[in-house]
Design a protein around this ligand. Sequence first.
Ligand SMILES: Nc1ncnc2c1ncn2[C@@H]1O[C@H](COP(=O)(O)OP(=O)(O)O)[C@@H](O)[C@H]1O
Ligand SMILES: [Mg+2]
Length: 355
Amino acid sequence: MPSTISPPTVFPPTTPEHVLAFQFSSWYPRFAAQSIKSTIVRPLSEEFLEYLNADGVFMPEGADDIPAESSLSDDEKDDESDDEPRRTFAFPELDARIREAVKDYGAVFPKLNFSSPRDAAWMLPAGSPMKCTSPADVYMLLKSSDFVLHDLDPAQLFEGCDAEGGVLPEYKLELVLRKWYPVDRSRELRCFVRRERLIGISQRDPNYYDFWNEPQTQRKVAEAVQNFWEEHIRGKWESTEGNYTFDFLLTRDLARGHIIDFNPYSPKTDPQLFTYEELLALLNDAIASPNFLAEFRVVDSPSHPSATRNAPAHQHNMVPIEALMLSSGRNVEEFADVWQQELRRSTGDHEDEER
Ligand SMILES: Nc1ncnc2c1ncn2[C@@H]1O[C@H](COP(=O)(O)OP(=O)(O)O)[C@@H](O)[C@H]1O
Ligand SMILES: [Mg+2]
């Protein structure tokens, strides 16, 4: 009997294996040539996981590029920690890997298996978000981020999955160090693929841009994305039954681009200027019509709801720097050193050339 394909629901069913297909080390080797140069450090030690889970923002020992200076003697330091001495951490091997990547790439953009600490981007100098040039920069972002906590907890990671017999696959934490670029957010797109059909393309930056509202530009870019997808991506996601989204960064001439990331086709992935119900309707159109072309959405008016949301992104995660310092106990001086260094560096910052 011929097998029947059931009509699609808003979200495809997801298994833990599908989720794992989206961790960086799973997809990057297949798409390295179309993406950004990256180094994967995997697996990370149990101690590093404990460091990330520990309360407060504090640096491991030896992470700084300048020797820690303190006016306090060792005795005085010990006095501070009467009640509950903070456990100290040191990751000399990881520090070395980070320094090596910084040397190779100029600066790095860090993330874990799935998530980057972009909710902590404000910790580093404005104008060059997430640009790390030392192990301390990387640790400070990771420790200040709520988003990366998602990657530490298998319960969250596999939430909503249909796990066969309730058994979860093995999961190992990884640190990804990507070459840092001055990404122009206006040229970032999120593209939605379901049952291996490209159905929707959305602008990612919530701001209004004149150039995105030229019909000719929209046509040209939709075509460039379609061609790129057919040439480099289509057919390579059998492991998730052709369900995924990809984030794409266009080159300055809007004719080509690079893959920034892949995300599951699931409620955890922001549908940007679409709703998942609208994407389902587009999928049904695509199934019904052989000449279907992906719908392209941009912020089409300066008064568009996304464009008028003028609060800084991830504002909810901002806490006064003093609070962070207090929570970090006796490492206040270390933290302040790093912070001062960042501020000094930000004044002499230059944007790199574009990829
Ligand atoms: N190598 C990089 N250099 C600079 N900025 C980057 C780099 N990679 C990503 N970004 C920026 O950070 C954003 C989030 O990156 P992404 O890898 O998708 O993390 P997440 O999966 O947590 O959203 C991207 O949309 C882009 O604006
Ligand atoms: Mg992502």
